[in-house]
Design a protein around this ligand. Structure first.
Ligand SMILES: [Ca+2]
Ligand SMILES: [Ca+2]
Ligand SMILES: [Cu+2]
Length: 273
């Protein structure tokens, strides 16, 4: 996997630049009649659920897949400056301003949108986008039930890994477009999914001592709304859940997936090895 390291510029100047990430990076006013094609990010049903024991803790590990079912690519460009930052309570040495670029059918950039911060992730050794999804385990009800485990919003390198269409002609019109975990340009093309296997560091929630019973593993894509998605429902379909049973019959707890609220052909894309 390609890794690009940035030279850190003056920490003070860059920190000032990064502080702008919150809101002043305003969308470019039109000036063109071109219509953007919007991405629409959704979560496949998490798969490969498994309990791992590590240093007296029990971790629920799972594979996640983000899928772009929209007409347009999700394209994110880094800001150029690199400086330390803190995201959701975690300090990172190298961060850069991220900007979503909306493309028209011809591939021209017709609008931009502030997309938070991208960071160099030392454990994965490549660049990630921040707040890609948030995972929780809930009891009783997937929306209103009490949380029994809450993960830090996950950060992720976007690349096109799995094509969700079924025919070769579909693939010709939706080609693989993004394949490097760069800080300066990442994305998820229309019709493509990107996965992190459950063996990847941080694909986990702490379930130490959780009593036997049924629970919901919930996934919320784009929890900080960094990305403009399809105005026709694309912002409303980001929440999915999987109900599962946890049993403790031996030394190690076991997990049985039960059902999900996910509908659509993309739901099963967590199942690849
Ligand atoms: Ca969506
Ligand atoms: Ca969004
Ligand atoms: Cu990574």
């Amino acid at each position: 996997m390609h890794v690009r390291r940035w030279t850190r510029v003056s920490a003070l100047a860059a920190a000032g630049a990064l502080a702008l990430a919150g809101g002043s990076n305003a969308a470019r006013p039109g000036g063109t009649s071109a219509t953007p094609l919007y991405p629409d990010v959704v979560e496949a049903v998490p798969d490969h659920l498994q309990i791992q024991n590590d240093h007296q803790r029990e971790w629920l590990r799972f594979t996640t897949v983000h899928v772009n079912i929209g007409q347009g690519n999700l394209q994110i460009r880094g800001g150029g400056q690199v400086a330390p930052c803190t995201i959701d309570g975690i300090d990172y040495e190298q961060c850069t301003v991220a900007t979503q670029e909306l493309l028209d059918a011809a591939g021209n950039i017709v609008a931009t949108n502030p997309a938070g911060v991208a960071l160099f992730h030392p454990e994965h050794n490549h660049w990630h986008q921040s707040a890609v999804a948030e995972f929780q385990i809930k009891r009783d009800d997937p929306v209103t039930g009490p949380s029994v485990a809450v993960g830090t919003k996950i950060t992720f390198c976007f690349v096109d890994v799995e094509f969700i269409g079924t025919t070769g002609s579909q693939k010709k019109t939706q080609p693989r477009t993004y394949w490097e975990c760069n800080g300066d340009l990442q994305g998820l093309a229309s019709g493509w999914g990107d996965s992190y296997h459950q063996s990847t560091p941080l694909q986990e929630l702490d379930v130490t001592g959780l009593e036997p019973g049924e629970y919901y593993l919930t996934h919320n894509a784009d929890p900080d709304n960094h990305w403009l998605e399809d105005p026709e429902g694309g912002e409303e379909n980001n929440f999915t859940w999987l109900r599962f049973r946890l049993e403790r019959n031996g030394a190690n707890p076991s997990i049985t997936p039960l059902e999900s609220n996910c509908v659509g052909t993309y739901c099963g894309f967590g199942g690849n090895p």
